[in-house]
Design a protein around this ligand. Structure first.
Ligand code: NAD
Length: 492
């Protein structure tokens, strides 16, 4: 898609409740455009009363709209229709997604929007392909488990891929027959409102997908704790995930899925056949969305004999990227979401330097437009295994470099004490690849590539402080169901 004029984009605002956009008289907040650093729309911060309206409405729709009780194929048909509408709405959705987020329009048009549609199709196919099972009980009885939707699922999303993170939650929950109340990030709140409008056009009953806008402390917390909410699915930081888990425990022992932070290694052995290809993968893993990706490959662990050659290639790729506004088709380096975040990145890099790290390239802001905030892709060598910059999630385009001389050392450096979200292994040796796959403590491991594909069938989720449960795959569908055990006395 070509560049667009941000002044020409219509921004839907308000909450989405009972099938329409509503202004609820809640406290307005300015929303800042990351590319310009300036306010571009107002967000209403939903009070607990507005949250209750959305959650009670969703509960009513779950009970009475027929969505949970219709033939599953009917749900599948509606979700497929929604997928088609999303795809054909790309000229509206792609700029809307780009304007307030860090996602360049070329990517929202070519990837985020079509991926959102395809994710809906994947879960539409699940709607009628799961059931319970018969149990091997005593022959005088018939025992079985039946599955049913949970009720109202609260979905809380981060800002880094607003549509995609939301659809990971919404698609399996709706396909399984639930209602959803979504709270997008207060930093990127608007594109999901368009998605909710399209859901109504597709035939999703009113109130079955509600959206409440607001921050975490007031709106998010009220949503998680609402008594009508039966499950919470969250993507965001590890700290917020822990607070949500606590709130779920205190407000009804609600099941919770948590997709949290990471500090993922990219391990490169000297036997790789094509170092240029590896450099491109490593670069994409840390500069995609300017490193504002949960599974950013932010720790390069490279065999010492090829380290210098690989770093030179990475520096050249980094230098070829174009920072720019998300509405410009030529942008290949995303802005950082906020001024506060760019300052946090810079402070982490400064402290790393004070602790002895050497700057191979970057380590500075790269402002490209008005008051927006960009950060130059950065390579830091000479870092110690327990340095803050190696342990902490930066959420920016900062790659630390550590070298090894044996496979055992590579594995040791790849492990992280707290996080276990993802890892990349690059080698031509199959046995070594599999040994690393077995050894690395992470929920997603990619060999000779980095990052997910569009194979929704593979679940994603982290170990340790990177999360609990899975998004995507059959697992995410099943996590939106509860199982009931039934025992029938055949002689009764
Ligand atoms: P965040 O934790 O600050 O906010 C995420 C969401 O939680 C927002 O909608 C926010 O309003 C809400 N929230 C905050 N406090 C809350 C509370 N007490 N109760 C309920 N809701 C609350 O995270 P962020 O800065 O938006 O996103 C970046 C983080 O997300 C990074 O750590 C990144 O690794 C993680 N992330 C993980 C994955 C994954 O799949 N594992 C994917 C994307 C992002």
């Amino acid at each position: 898609m070509d560049s667009f004029d941000p002044a020409q984009v219509d921004i839907p605002t308000g909450h989405f409740i009972d099938g329409k956009l509503v202004e609820a008289g809640d406290t307005p907040l300015d929303v800042i455009c990351p590319s310009s650093g300036r306010p571009y729309a107002e967000l209403a911060l939903a009070s607990p009363d507005t949250v209750a309206r959305a959650a009670d409405g969703a509960w009513h729709a779950f009970r009475h709209s027929g969505w949970a009780t219709c033939a599953p194929r009917e749900r599948a048909r509606v979700l497929r229709r929604l997928a088609d509408l999303v795809e054909s709405d790309v000229r509206t959705l792609a700029p809307l997604e780009a304007i307030g987020s860090t996602r360049p329009v070329r990517e929202t048009a070519d990837w985020d929007v079509p991926y959102t549609a395809e994710c809906l199709r994947f879960y539409a196919e699940h709607a009628d392909k799961h059931g319970g099972e018969l149990a091997a009980t005593d022959p005088s009885h018939l025992g079985m488990t039946i599955t049913e939707p949970i009720g109202v699922v609260a979905a809380i999303a981060p800002w880094n891929f607003p549509l995609v993170m939301a659809i990971w939650k919404i698609a399996p929950a709706l396909a399984a027959g639930n209602a959803v109340v979504l709270k997008p990030s207060e930093l990127t709140p608007f594109s999901v409102l368009r998605l909710a409008e399209l859901a109504i056009q597709a035939g999703v009953p009113a109130n079955l997908l509600n959206v409440v806008q607001g921050d975490g402390r007031t709106t998010g917390d009220a949503l998680v704790r609402h008594p009508r909410v039966g499950k919470v699915t969250f993507t965001g930081s590890t700290r917020t995930g822990a607070a949500i888990m606590e709130a779920c425990a205190q407000s009804g022992t609600k099941p919770v899925t948590l997709e949290l932070g990471g500090k993922s290694p990219q391990v490169v052995f000297a036997d790789v056949p094509d170092l240029d290809a590896v450099a491109r993968r490593i670069a994409m893993g840390i500069t995609g969305n300017a490193g504002q990706v949960c599974n950013a490959g932010s720790r390069l662990v490279v065999e010492a004999s090829i380290a210098e050659a690989l770093l030179d290639k990475l520096r050249a790729i980094f230098a070829s990227l174009h920072p720019g506004a998300t509405w410009s088709a030529g942008t290949t380096l995303s802005p950082i979401i906020s001024e506060a975040q760019v300052q946090r990145i810079d402070a982490l890099v400064s402290r790393a330097r004070e602790a002895g790290a050497n700057v191979y390239c970057g380590a500075e802001r790269a402002n490209a437009y008005q008051d927006g905030a960009w950060y130059a892709p950065t390579l830091l060598t000479g870092v110690q295994p327990h340095a803050e910059i190696v342990r902490e999630e930066v959420f920016g385009p900062v790659l630390t470099v550590q070298t090894f001389t044996s496979e055992a050392e590579a594995l040791q450096l790849a492990q992280h004490d707290d996080y276990g979200l993802a890892a990349g292994v690059h080698t031509a040796n199959l046995g070594r690849a599999l040994r690393m796959v077995r050894g690395i403590d992470a929920g997603n491991i990619w060999v000779n590539r980095y990052g997910r594909s569009s194979d929704f069938v593979l679940p994603t989720g982290g170990f340790k402080r990177s999360g609990l449960g899975k998004d995507l795959g059959r697992q995410a569908f099943e996590a939106n169901l509860r199982s009931k055990a039934v025992l029938i006395d055949l002689n009764g």
